[in-house]
Design a binder for this molecule. Sequence first.
Ligand code: LLP
Length: 424
Amino acid sequence: MKQLYPHSPTLPLIGKMDIQHNILLIGGRRAEDLVAEFGSPLYVYDAAVIRARFRELREAITYPNVDLHYACKANTNLAILRLLHAEGAYIDAVSPGEVFLALTAGFSPEHVLFTGNNVTDEEMEYVLDRGILVNVDSLSQLDRYGRLAPDSRVSLRINPDVGSGHHDHCITGGPDSKFGIVIEDVDQARQIIAGHRLQVVGLHAHVGSGILEAEPFLQAADALLDVVRRFEGLEFVDFGGGLGVPYRPDEPRLAVRALGARVSERFHAFCHDYGRPLTLKLEPGRYVVCEAGMLLTRCNSIKATRTHTFVGTDSGFNHLIRHPLYLSYHEIINASNVEDERFVYDVCGNICESADFFARGRLMSRVREGDVLAILNAGAYGFCMSSNYNSRPRPAEVLVDGGTARVIRARETLEDLLRGQGEF
Ligand code: LLP
């Protein structure tokens, strides 16, 4: 058995993806067999990779008092939430739906932090009724929160005036961002807090997603810690998520160990000055689940024109929207014919839109109709951003753990398209 990209430090999966007789294996299972058993298209996740990434982060933070709140927007499958619960993760939730799923998966309310945007009073009540701490995003929300829950504990999301991300759409800090309380408004926030006798127990910042360098994190951390100095009696500081993973084979990995050590060192020194050992929180989403997942899709038609060879599949941007939305690169492997002569292909879906591509102009091992393609790094922001567009059901999800594959979400059926309709 040989390993894919044996010399690449950017190996998409941690040695769990192997080739046997020119066929791709995932967690020891043949991709083609998984599709034969569970159908196509199919989301497949490797539990060992999720565990390994989570543990890697935990070990990277040398500061002793750390909570890792998995940002479950990246992937809210219940089985994955349960797996991470067993690993000791906490949760970052952004909606009542995510709170509901996290509690259903077994997380205790005190291990969930709610960071919503443009939140209604009803949503805050839902969260408060369940004993979950609210991380407030604006002065308006803070005042409404104070009226709903005077004398209670609260956390504040600060826009540290630093932003970064793999695409403009994924920058969540800085002057153009809609998120958080800007630093100029912190005094006003303090007045609202005093008016409702709130106790601020934490400050939070999240500057963007898919960041592969340490600098933006460190800059944002410094800006946030400057604000922290203005608040007494805090319990935690939450530096958000955003840790990127390489999508292209030649992209370097984020040096998480070095970053973890630098953040830990700074925080340690800061707490010494602050006078008490605060808890350090992080909210990684993509880093934990992205590389564990792939979307398997079968090629059903190949169309060669004067200028292009279109590889047509049975999936589309209704199942994985990251290429049309952010022009994201996803490595694609022909799981049925891993190494053969290479050709340039445009890999597309079955959706009636011209942006329905997984990759354009991609050099890939020869594709034949019937081959199964593996679209890598689909564990984060894949299934959870899928839709029923063109009235196509969503794929099943399968988790491979210890060589055993099990369905963790059933494939949707045509009947599912009727849900909530028809009785009127
Ligand atoms: N915390 C907060 C408050 C967030 O808004 C996010 C992501 C995270 C944590 C987790 O960020 P991560 O560690 O996953 O980078 N759909 C986009 C990503 C949007 C991320 C939104 N917020 C994509 O597919 O690239």
